[in-house]
Write a protein that binds this ligand. Structure first.
Ligand code: UD1
Length: 425
């Protein structure tokens, strides 16, 4: 299995270009199931999770191609209505095909995703939404079976916040009869991107970008070409890379409106974050990193997907920082790995990590536990003295397009390698 070796200490300098958001591409691919026409998505990175969604769509009968940064989906010959365990267990966003299959074909059989490294992550809110729209749901042999006799029927859905649940509800509701009101909808930029694309396909969704979405059902949708919103989490990761190495990066396609809270936290910690042309200029040059506190929340609050990366920065900040994780119940797997590199972190209760800044981190072999935790370990490695070897980097490949190449192009000493004798699995 591939590993990453980082030798810390180089200040990064240059430009990194951020691509379309993984968490927007996945539901956009699912929404292509809602029309016979070809859907064309632009600005799509090459990521393992996108390959997994491609496999899900091909299994259903769709044609999918991904050349350069253009991904095309044509769902005019759907013949299966199930998402198998092998794919859903690999990536829970496979579950996002439930809404469009049910909305257009009135049937779906999707494997239950099971738990994951960051928490139990149930899907009850998704199922509640489908039931509110008139679907009959049963769970058998590890699969959710959902059917409806004809079109779904618009209704009021009152959510406890859920990003994926809101996406599934939107994709189910656009072809329903009547009006659906989604109260307490997630307003993450990736949800907004999906709603915009659906409207471009002929859907009638109002309140886009707010917590109350109104969907007036239509009879059919048509194909379109859609440019995916930039990845705010990728952008934030490179912003931390600039800070932790005391370097200067121009992050092209990063925008404050997508990551205002992250930019605010980084500024509080001493970085310069300036919007310039089509990106963000982030500098940690000559700055003394100072401690701060973060609490993860729904958008526009601080994103849980950036918590691990900013924690790496806190490890080297003067003073005591806290990270309170409010979205997932078990998202501190990176803590013990950072501690192995010399960080001073302890967990208080179940939700809060207390980070006491240290003078330096030292390189060590570490284990990636999930996607964003892997990024945090790479960031810590960039600043650590000596060599850090990051194991299980397949997590990283799920969400970062050629991360090591991008970092190397701005001066990092980082390589991907496969130990002799290790076969691909
Ligand atoms: C999405 C993102 C993930 C991000 C998360 C929160 C994708 C592919 N993934 O995940 O990167 O960290 O949003 O911003 O876009 N919950 C329930 N029941 C449900 C659904 C969710 O209890 O039916 C809970 C979850 O366990 C979690 C919280 O609600 O504690 C928020 O989860 P949710 O917003 O649904 O996250 P995802 O859509 O799975």
């Amino acid at each position: 299995m591939d590993k990453i070796r980082v030798i810390g200490g180089n200040a990064l300098k240059g430009t990194i270009v951020v691509k379309g958001a993984k968490n927007a591409v996945l539901p956009l691919m699912a929404c292509a199931l809602l029309t016979d026409d070809e859907m064309v998505f632009e600005n799509v990175p090459h990521l393992a999770d996108i390959n997994t969604m491609t496999q899900v769509l091909r299994h259903l009968g769709a044609d999918v191609t991904h050349e350069n940064e253009t991904l095309r989906v044509r769902a005019n010959a759907i013949r299966n209505f199930d998402a198998p365990y092998e794919l859903v267990s690999k990536m829970r966003a496979s579950f996002w095909v439930l809404g469009p299959l049910l909305g257009r074909f009135h049937q779906a059989k999707i494997s239950l995703p099971g738990g994951c490294a960051i928490g139990t992550r149930p899907i009850d809110r998704h199922l509640y939404a489908m039931e509110r729209l008139g679907a009959q749901i049963s769970i058998q042999n590890g699969y959710v079976q959902a059917t409806s006799s004809g079109r779904l029927k618009g209704n009021k859905i009152i959510f406890q916040p859920t990003v994926g649940g809101t996406m599934n509800a939107l994709m189910a509701a656009v072809l329903a009869t009547g009006t659906t009101e989604i109260v307490n909808a997630a307003a993450e930029p990736e949800v907004t991107d999906l709603a915009r694309c659906l409207n471009q396909m002929g859907a009638k969704i109002s309140g886009v970008g707010t917590r109350r979405l109104l969907v007036e059902g239509v009879d059919s949708l048509h194909g379109t070409t859609y440019k995916v919103v930039p990845d705010r989490i990728e952008a934030a990761t490179y912003a931390v890379a600039a800070g932790i190495t005391h370097g200067e990066l121009y992050i092209e396609n990063a925008h404050l409106y997508l990551m205002e809270d992250v930019a605010f936290v980084l500024s509080r910690m001493g970085l310069d974050v300036i919007e310039k042309d089509n990106g963000l200029f982030v500098s940690g040059k000559n700055c003394e990193l100072v401690a701060t506190d973060i609490v993860t929340e729904e958008f526009p609050g601080f994103p849980t997907d950036c918590q691990a990366q900013v924690m790496a920065l806190m490890c080297l900040a003067k003073g005591t920082s806290t990270v309170t994780e409010n979205i997932f119940e078990n998202r501190f797997m990176h803590v013990q790995e950072l501690v192995r590199m010399g960080a001073n972190i302890h967990i208080q209760g179940t939700r809060t990590a207390v980070v006491r800044g240290v003078d330096h981190l030292s390189g060590a072999p570490v284990m990636a536990s999930d996607l964003r935790a892997s990024a945090a370990l790479v960031l810590a490695g960039l600043a650590a003295e000596g060599e850090t070897i990051i194991n299980r980097i397949y997590h990283l490949d799920r969400g970062y397009d050629r991360l090591e190449e991008k970092l190397r192009s701005v001066g990092a000493d980082i390589v991907r390698f496969r130990p002799i004798g290790d076969e691909e699995i």
